[in-house]
Write a protein that binds this ligand. Structure first.
Ligand code: DAH
Length: 325
């Protein structure tokens, strides 16, 4: 593969501006198609390249592959959200099209990061029953940690409640799917909290878990390190021993940010009791899990001082996020 070919492909990627998903698909097949994609073919025949050149060419081709995938990802998002069809030349009284909410921006960013390392996103219900939210997660009725997670119960059936954490998706998913599983979900959770600058009765959480044979704490550390690095551009973190009923051992992760250690997430190795509760044999499988608060992460990233600002619907606040999604 010569320089000319490389710069030709680079230019083609750069100038490619698809309007439809079909165009985007043609582009994907041309370069990454399984049978005769240009990049696929080069990688397939890479063993024919003399060994001294292989490393350099391999890197160039893999970089091109990344650029192509990025192009596909971004354009898919734009086409699906009709972003390319917004007429930027309209002047005068064009409607103010608004901006994405900071919580959605962070949520999208996390979805992007976790999808890249093989986690699948699933939706999850906000109304849960006692078993999914507490008991199956090793939080029986007498457990003191229930006090910290008091919530809103449904009047006509107090077995149902607004979930206190997204960790309940572990139970929902594991009950139906045998390992290996690499899953995450993001959504609203509810607590009986006094509303103040740093706590609210409703907030958003992300929960992720991975179950397979031989999943270890070092797998968990590496994954979290990667995520923090992707979010903040650098990763200075520490794991502090902690306690959660559904993980053993458990830890809390702090990030060093703006000259401060900030607690950012809880994590651990899924307790064998939880696996047994969903008929997964802990002798064969192990898993890790972690959960983080989206509001808190957004507070750090955007230097927001009061958590209530998110839901005041003040247009001056929201306008600051124009252009991000
Ligand atoms: N569910 C916990 C909370 O709401 C957060 C959490 C801690 C999730 C540890 C996890 C975990 O998956 O392993 O505070």
């Amino acid at each position: 593969m010569c320089d000319k070919e490389i710069s030709k492909i680079k230019k083609e990627i750069e100038h490619f501006k698809p309007k439809t998903l079909e165009e985007l698909n043609k582009f994907r097949i041309k370069f990454l198609g399984k049978k005769s994609g240009i990049i696929t073919n080069i990688l397939k025949n890479i063993h024919e390249i003399p060994i001294y050149k292989r490393k350099i060419i391999g890197k160039i081709v893999n970089d091109l592959k990344k650029d192509i995938k990025k192009k596909i990802y971004e354009n898919k998002f734009n086409i699906n959200n009709n972003i390319n069809n917004v007429d930027l030349t309209i002047t005068g009284n064009s409607p103010n099209i608004g901006s994405a909410h900071p919580i959605s921006i962070i949520k999208n960013r996390i979805i992007h990061i976790l999808s890249q390392i093989g986690f699948n996103y699933i939706n999850s219900p906000e109304i849960e029953d006692d078993w999914h939210n507490f008991t199956a997660l090793n939080i029986p009725i007498w457990h003191p940690s229930r006090d910290m997670q008091d919530t809103f119960f449904l009047c006509n059936n107090s077995n149902f409640l607004l979930r206190t954490h997204t960790t309940s998706i572990q139970i929902r998913y594991m009950k139906k799917h045998k390992p290996p599983s690499r899953i995450f979900s993001i959504g609203k959770v509810y607590r009986n909290e006094t509303v103040s600058s740093h706590s609210n009765f409703m907030f958003h959480q992300m929960e992720a878990f991975y179950i397979d044979k031989y999943v270890s704490f070092s797998n968990l550390k590496k994954t979290i390190n990667y995520i923090i690095l992707s979010i903040f551009g650098k990763s200075i973190i520490r794991f502090r021993p902690s306690y959660f009923p559904f993980t053993e051992p458990s830890a809390e992760v702090d990030v060093y940010y703006n000259n401060n250690w900030m607690e950012i997430m809880g994590c651990g190795i899924i307790d064998p009791i939880v696996l047994k509760n969903v008929d997964i044999d802990p002798e064969f499988y192990s898993g890790f899990a972690f959960g983080l608060g989206i509001e808190r992460l957004a507070l750090m990233i955007y230097k927001i001082k009061d958590i209530r600002t998110y839901f005041d619907n003040d247009i001056r606040f929201l306008n600051q996020f124009k252009g991000e999604f």
